[in-house]
Design a protein around this ligand. Structure first.
Ligand code: FAD
Length: 389
């Protein structure tokens, strides 16, 4: 191992996923010296099948940071249609409910992180690519990270250290516990071709065997189907025609016939929530603060608001690791985080049983939401902008 050599910045961001990258861009814009450490190699191909539904608000946050390039391939969502298999009752949320051009857009994870990498470069943010943080520690005047880089181990120090790497490093922080619930489920992703083109409609369907989303993805759909682990394994190996038939049965005919389905990818699902998002000079943002079930497509939307909330809370603070500023951050994010995590977990529980009375009650609830515009607008507003006090 080569000798450790150090480097100091105002703010050190660990993890160059969408949340860490947005935080780094905004910190730099605030006039802070920023160092971002990312395990991926610079320009490396990201093989991740996720297509993410981002709200209109998230899109604006990314665009403000120069991270929504004109060429970014995104498919607009104008309507979200929510229904359940085997009973009537449905809700439609429209962009017109909120007076917005679109409710959101679907973008591929690799395209998004590539867009953000370009924005980091244009903004002159220093990135240590292909470097993995091994451990972090908070001391009274600064926080430090031990990093494995292609040139050997390095010790980096900063007044503020933001963990945006998904949360594994948070386990060693004093006072932070990560509450974990394993859903024992997998999300099965595949591109689907339907007889009718998407026309801006995203579907959320609570099917008997697990909730499924169809997100408009160019002239096709991206399927995100939550299934038991055993089912997910079976679907991964299933014949295309059989899988199309199973999906058709669960989804119905709203898009006409399901014509074809592409290769499948699987993601195991768990809820992880940190008991605290601040430990000394270390803060948690994005998936490091909370990792959620994808059923409500809220994980990244919430994480981007963490990044913005953090930088806003530091406004005017000479020391970005100032305890009062970090308390402001933790306080400002509590309501949104708890509400969105609770709502997402609650949805899974709510649609768990399929007795006739359970279906009927849910059907009434969806219809009520559909026919009461003030309620529908409030609900849609929370989904798009988060929950504000
Ligand atoms: C199937 C599925 C579908 C989803 N759909 C949606 C959706 O439609 N809408 C939505 O809002 N959310 C969705 N999500 C959630 C969303 O993907 C996450 O919330 C989001 O990716 C979190 O971003 P992040 O930047 O916090 O973390 P990540 O995207 O996980 O990025 C973490 C980064 O940190 C790096 N890293 C990790 N460890 C280290 C280390 N030790 N040192 C240095 N770097 C490190 C990684 O290489 C990575 O680049 C979905 C999730 C799943 C699983």
């Amino acid at each position: 191992m080569k000798a450790m050599n150090g480097e100091h910045a105002d703010a050190l961001v660990v993890g160059g996923g969408p949340v860490g990258a947005l935080a780094a861009l905004r910190l730099a814009r605030q006039g802070r010296s920023v160092l971002l450490v990312e395990a991926r190699a610079r320009g490396a191909e990201v093989s991740d099948a996720r297509a993410l539904a981002l709200s209109w608000h998230s899109r604006q946050l990314l665009a403000e940071a120069g991270a929504w390039p004109d060429g970014l391939s995104a498919t607009a969502i104008d309507t979200v249609h929510v229904s359940q298999q085997g009973s009537c009752g449905r809700t439609r949320l429209d962009s017109a409910d909120l007076g917005l051009p679109h409710l959101g857009a679907v973008v591929d994870y690799p395209a998004l992180v590539a867009g953000l990498a370009g924005a980091l470069e244009r903004a002159g943010v220093r990135v240590l690519w292909q470097s993995r943080v091994l451990s972090v520690k908070s001391l009274s005047q600064y926080a430090c990270a031990e990093v494995d880089t292609p040139d050997g181990r390095r010790l980096l120090t900063a007044r503020l250290l933001a963990l945006a790497e998904g949360g594994a490093l948070a386990d060693s922080l004093p006072g932070v516990r990560r509450l974990t619930h394993d859903y024992r489920q997998c999300a099965v992703l595949a591109e689907v071709e339907t007889e009718l083109p998407p026309a801006g409609v995203a579907y959320e369907r609570f099917a008997h065997d697990g909730p499924l989303a169809l997100l408009p993805h160019g002239d096709r759909y991206m399927l995100v189907w939550t299934r038991s682990r055993a089912d997910a394994e079976r679907l991964a190996a299933a014949d295309d025609a059989d899988l199309c038939a199973e999906l058709q049965q669960a989804f119905g005919e709203r898009q006409g016939r399901i014509l074809s389905i592409g290769p499948r990818a699987g993601f195991p699902l768990a809820l992880r929530q940190a008991s605290r998002v601040v430990s000394g000079r270390v803060v948690l943002i994005g998936n490091a603060a909370q990792t959620m079930h994808p059923v409500a497509a809220q994980g990244l939307n919430l994480g981007l608001r963490d990044a913005v909330g953090l930088v806003d809370a530091l406004d005017g603070a000479a020391d970005p690791g100032d305890a009062a500023a970090l308390r402001r951050y933790a306080g400002s994010r509590k309501l949104d985080s708890h509400a969105v995590v609770g709502f997402t977990h609650g949805l899974i529980k709510l649609f768990d049983g399929h007795r006739p009375w359970q279906n009927a009650l849910r059907g009434i609830g969806m219809t009520a939401l559909d026919v009461l515009p003030p309620l529908r607008r409030k609900f849609a507003g929370h989904l798009v902008f988060g929950v504000r006090g």
